[in-house]
Every structure is written in structure tokens, then in C-alpha cells.
Write a protein that binds this ligand. Structure first.
Ligand SMILES: N[C@@H](Cc1c[nH]c[nH+]1)C(=O)O
Length: 434
């Protein structure tokens, strides 16, 4: 039904109506209705829009989101991570310093009163690196930080990919060891498992593998960038065209064509060693091997595959990179990697690794895997006859203190009306004071 409604008793509700009135210049579009003793005012033909790429979470979805976030927050906490909260907006310069590239280009930008350029955070890794560099340098290292936050990027919106979206993530800072990389991957896998996902895989790559391979070839900086972009999009046709145009030897072209297809278990590392002589690329394979062996100790390697063609779409990665996928969802559930240089852009040497998981994406994947959206408990509906509200209030108090979910009727009702209200609202039981 195309209409909006709100409760007229709230002062903001009145202001809202006034806004509508001023806009429409007419009052006869309003209709007043009574529901459960509450007056509702509707304007029948007006549907206020929300900005492109944003969404509302209705009660059930908001409940599911809250549960998932709570579960992840608990998980991160028991792994020794501490929550940080940063502003929704940052100086644009902070974002360009940390993330640079497309991430800051895609940011929503605006001005403050002093004409400073601000931006809605387009990533949480940069604000966390800023906080770590500016405020937490004296803390014992390594830092283990986590966040639950909304992030904003101007891009083409689609299901599971909005311009405003929610992330749960961790950053492990001040640790150069590959053991730190293994820990964050293990945490990502555990998070997806605890979210109830049945069927997902982590693809694990290393930016130095591709960088090392390309360093051996006679490619211009622009060609290298284009090759990476084609690999990022898994655009094999585009990659072919680039290779043909670049004048690379046949052997070199074959290697580049093969990289996006190199995914699988440990045999992929053997293939990699056979394929390349370059020390940087071989170092990347050793690094991946070490991380994978550690994941075996976590007993979480089953869900992890090597995928040497993974290129994440941010410039800041300097080592291992990973993405989590599940069938039926055309974009990653989570992603992350090592980024050793970001904090030094803020003046501090703090090698780091981390990941973020897309809350809406995990919710969508759960739904597509047939898991029911969790519903909030609705224990008691309490209704009352004329002059009996006092007793109803005190009963509601008792039940609520005992942890039960209780809704208290706002107007008197007969027992049969009360029963109907209880059923319509989906409460398990009715307490009626007559
Ligand atoms: N910020 C990255 C994830 C990440 C966290 N740490 C390292 N990488 C993202 O939004 O995908």
C-alpha cells in the first residue's frame, strides 16, 4: 500500500506533518485513523524516498543484524580484540593519506563551515590506522582492535552491495609475523562458521606473487596496472587483449594468463614454484605456505584455498590477501590482508593485517542457504479493562524484570479484543486484567 503513517502524538511527528502540509499545500490528502486507541495520520499518495544505495532495516532485519553483530563482537572479544569507535566522517585528506586510490575517490564528500573537505568513511582500516598512529602508539603491541561500523562508498548499488553498508572487522597492528596473518584468517573463518554459513571458501593470495612475476617482464607501469585491473575483475578476455598488445614473449603471456586460474590446495604452491624464478614471487609463496601450515594447527585449513589471482581492489595491501566466497553470492562475504605501510603514512611504523566482513552479505547468504531470519521473542501481551491499567503495569514490570518480552496495551479492551490483539501481534501468551 502506498502511504506513509506516523503517530501524531510525537512532536517530531507533528513537525513531519507540517512539512508535508507545506509541501502539498493541501490538507485533504490527510486521513485520520484509529488503531488500538492510537490516532494515525496518513497521506495516501506520498512515498518519501531514501538516498540511492541506502536501505531501511525493518524490525526483523534489524533484529537479525543486531544478533549477528553481537555474536561477532563476542567472538572478537574472546580472541583478545578490543572495540574502537571512530567518527562517521573524517577529513578527506585522512582518507586519501591512508587508502588513496579508488577508495577515496568513491567517498561521499562535503564541506564543513570552515570549508574543510570532509568525507563519510569509505573504509574502516584507514580510520583505525589513524587512531593507532595518533592515539595508541604507547599501548603494548601488538594492538588487537575490532569495529562494527557503517561505511559509505559511491558505487553502483545492487542486492548485497549498497552505498551505505555495515562491516564487522578486526585490525591486528604492530605484528609483522605471518602468524598474525594466520590469526586474522582463522578469525574470519570462525566468524563465518559461527554465523551458521554451511558452505564457504576463503581464497588466499599474495600481492607480491603477481608483483614479482611482473617485475621480470618488460611492461610499462600503466600496463602493469591494467593487467592487475583485468585480474581484479577476472576479465580473462581483457587480459588476453592486453598481453597481445604488450608484445610480451609467448612464455611470459602464458604465465600471466595462468595466474587467475591458479586456485586450489597445496599443489598450487608447487605449480607456482615451478613457474617463477623471481625471488619476490617465491618469497610470497613461502609466506602463503607458512600461513597455511598455521591454519592447519587452527584446524581451519579445510575452508581455505590458495588463489594466486586474487587482487583486492585497494592499493594499500602489501602481503597476503584473502576473500571469502559462498555459492550463489557474486561478491565476497569478507576480505582482508596485510597492509604494512598505511600507518607510516600517518608517521608511525606499524605493520598490520586485518579483515572486514560484510554484515548484509552474511545475512543475505544465510537467507539464500535457507536459514530462517531469527525473530525476537514475544512472550506476553498484557491488556486491561477500564481502570485496570495499574495492575497491568505492575505485572508488566515483574515479567520484564524476569527477562520476558512484554508489550503493554495502550488502551482498554474487552477480553476478546485483547485476545485478537495478542494473536495479531504474534505474542505467545496473553495476560488480561479484567
Ligand atoms: N578495509 C577492508 C578490509 C580490511 C581490513 N583490514 C585489512 N583489510 C575492506 O573494506 O574490505
Amino acid at each position: 500500500m502506498k502511504r506513509t503513517s506516523c503517530v501524531t502524538s510525537a512532536s517530531c511527528g507533528r513537525a513531519w506533518h507540517l512539512g508535508l502540509f507545506e509541501r502539498s499545500g493541501a490538507t485533504d490528502n490527510f486521513a485520520t485513523e484509529m488503531w488500538g486507541g492510537v490516532e494515525l495520520t496518513n497521506r495516501k499518495d506520498y512515498v518519501p524516498q531514501i538516498p540511492y544505495g541506502t536501505r531501511d532495516f525493518l524490525p526483523q532485519q534489524a533484529h537479525g543484524k543486531r544478533l549477528l553483530e553481537g555474536q561477532l563482537a563476542r567472538l572478537f572479544t574472546v580472541w583478545g580484540y578490543e572495540e574502537v569507535v571512530t567518527p562517521t566522517m573524517e577529513y578527506y585528506e585522512t582518507l586519501t593519506t591512508g587508502a588513496g586510490g579508488e577508495l577515496s575517490e568513491n567517498a561521499f564528500k562535503f564541506f564543513d563551515r570552515n570549508n574543510q573537505i570532509l568525507a563519510l568513511r569509505s573504509d574502516m582500516t584507514t580510520p583505525i590506522a589513524r587512531v593507532a598512529a595518533a592515539r595508541l602508539q604507547e599501548s603494548p603491541m601488538p594492538l588487537r582492535l575490532f569495529y562494527l561500523a557503517n561505511v559509505f562508498r559511491q558505487e553502483q548499488a545492487q542486492t548485497g552491495r549498497q552505498c551505505e553498508f555495515y562491516q564487522a572487522g578486526v585490525e591486528l597492528m604492530g605484528a609483522r609475523q605471518p602468524a598474525a596473518d594466520a590469526e586474522v584468517i582463522a578469525l574470519a573463518v570462525t566468524g563465518l562458521q559461527q554465523a551458521g554459513l554451511q558452505n564457504f571458501q576463503i581464497g588466499l593470495g599474495q600481492v607480491d606473487f603477481i608483483n614479482g612475476v611482473m617485475a621480470e617482464f618488460d611492461l610499462t607501469a600503466k600496463e602493469r596496472l591494467l593487467v592487475k585491473k583485468a585480474m581484479l575483475k577476472r576479465d580473462l578476455v581483457g587480459l588476453d587483449t592486453l598481453i597481445a598488445r604488450s608484445g610480451l614473449s609467448q612464455a611470459a603471456g602464458e604465465i600471466l594468463r595462468k595466474i587467475p586460474l591458479m586456485s586450489g590446495k597445496e599443489e598450487i604452491l608447487d605449480q607456482g614454484y615451478k613457474m617463477v624464478k623471481n625471488q619476490t614471487a617465491r618469497g610470497a609463496l613461502e609466506n602463503l605456505d607458512y600461513i597455511y601450515q598455521q591454519l592447519k594447527h587452527y584446524e581451519l585449513n579445510e575452508n581455505v584455498n590458495f588463489d594466486l589471482g586474487i587482487i583486492r581492489d585497494f592499493d594499500y595491501y602489501t602481503g597476503m590477501v584473502f576473500e571469502g566466497y559462498t555459492p550463489g553470492l557474486g561478491f565476497p562475504l569478507c576480505g582482508g590482508g596485510r597492509y604494512d605501510n598505511m600507518a607510516s603514512d600517518f608517521g608511525v611504523n606499524l605493520p598490520a593485517t586485518g579483515f572486514a566482513l560484510g554484515i548484509e552479505r552474511v545475512m543475505l547468504a544465510r537467507e539464500r542457504q535457507g536459514m530462517a531470519m531469527p525473530t525476537a521473542a514475544k512472550d506476553f501481551y498484557i491488556a486491561w479493562a477500564e481502570n485496570k491499567m495499574d495492575q497491568a503495569i505492575s505485572e508488566a514490570g515483574k515479567l520484564r524484570r524476569a527477562g520476558r518480552t512484554v508489550e503493554l496495551a495502550m488502551a482498554s479492551a474487552t477480553q476478546s479484543q485483547a485476545q485478537e490483539q495478542q494473536e495479531t501481534k504474534g505474542y505467545a501468551a496473553l495476560r488480561y486484567f479484567g
